[in-house]
Design a protein around this ligand. Structure first.
Ligand code: AMP
Length: 307
């Protein structure tokens, strides 16, 4: 067992031009873990409140690779809740509300059982919580963090401190622009490399993802799809595919895990699993996905990219 994630588990309300999901299972580490589960086991550390529906616990349990020993259910607290509404192009969205709930309390602790984790993903949550998580993982060899506009706006100094301690950062293009003030993604990526990490992955929705690594640059197009229902969690499932595939190939060698070739290949796995997530609300598509269908789309994409 090597891969561990912390982040949010949320009750989401999502409005897209194609539909509407009210109080559905979401959260950054929920989507991440569901995606990473297709590549191997993943340890989840997160907290929910007493209002967390039993049905959602059942959904998490459906993904056999997700280890839930690190899930804290706090009877007298409220689960993190988030609402978002997508614009007509589905590439951009407005946050309608964010109710921090358990996120405003002490962060969940890493169980002793997980202390030997080597590959670490810090899904979207407060950068202070992300920093505290790292301190509890002495055996880690490879660490990647995600962030988002809220934290760039309210916790920029902690985010900068975090960048000094991670191998990689994953974020959306508009967040990279907000963070660095640079409107060219390559320039923004290089600017962030100067703050500490070995690589930065800048996601651009339907326009794919850009890797800016100390050893080179790579652009990975999105899988072309017509079946766009709900993009929520695509960033997290992308990260789950990316980190899950890295943990499966380099579970204990940080240099191999973070090499240009390793991360570039991992971006393709992230791209493919995210293309399934977009086909339904919540984890509905990942719940019915099987490895054969996932591998077939990967092969189709690889053939499409061959020149
Ligand atoms: P994504 O579409 O990949 O950005 O992920 C959306 C998920 O992140 C939703 O399911 C939300 O519950 C969760 N989320 C929204 N805002 C935040 C935030 N500020 N910090 C952590 N998680 C968040």
């Amino acid at each position: 067992m090597s891969l561990i994630v912390t982040g949010t588990i949320g009750i989401d309300t999502v409005v897209t031009p194609n539909g509407h999901g009210e109080k559905i299972l979401g959260g950054s580490c929920t989507y991440f873990a569901a995606a990473a589960n297709f590549y191997g086991p993943v340890r989840l550390v997160a907290a929910v409140g007493g209002d967390f529906p039993a049905e959602f616990l059942g959904t998490l349990g459906h993904f056999r690779g997700i280890d839930l020993h690190g899930l804290e259910v706090r009877k007298n607290s409220k689960t993190f809740a988030w609402g978002g509404k997508y614009h007509a192009d589905m590439n951009t969205r407005d946050t309608l509300f964010t109710e921090l709930g358990v996120l405003a309390e002490a962060p969940p602790k890493v169980p002793a059982l997980y202390a030997d984790s080597t590959i670490v993903f810090l899904a979207n949550t407060h950068p202070g919580v992300q920093l505290g998580f790292l301190d509890q993982l002495p055996k880690r060899v490879f660490t990647v963090a995600d962030t988002m506009d809220l934290w760039i706006n309210i916790a920029k100094d902690e985010l900068k401190a975090l960048l000094k301690r991670v191998d990689g950062l994953v974020l959306n293009f508009d967040e990279a622009e907000l963070f660095t003030g640079k409107s060219n993604p390559v320039t923004a990526g290089r600017h962030m490399l100067d703050m500490g990490p070995k690589f930065v992955v800048i996601k651009k929705g339907e326009h794919g993802a850009l890797l800016v690594h100390r050893d080179g640059i790579a652009a990975v197009p999105a899988y072309p799809t017509e079946n766009v229902v709900d993009p929520t969690g695509c960033g997290d499932t992308f990260a789950g595919g990316m980190m899950g595939s890295i943990a499966a190939t380099s579970p204990s060698d940080g240099a191999a895990a973070g090499s240009y070739d390793s991360v570039r290949r991992a971006l393709v796995h992230g791209t493919i699993i995210a293309s399934f997530n977009i086909e339904a609300f919540s984890l509905d598509r990942l719940k019915t996905l099987d490895k054969k269908t996932l591998d077939a789309r990967y092969a189709e994409y690889a053939a499409m990219m061959r020149v």
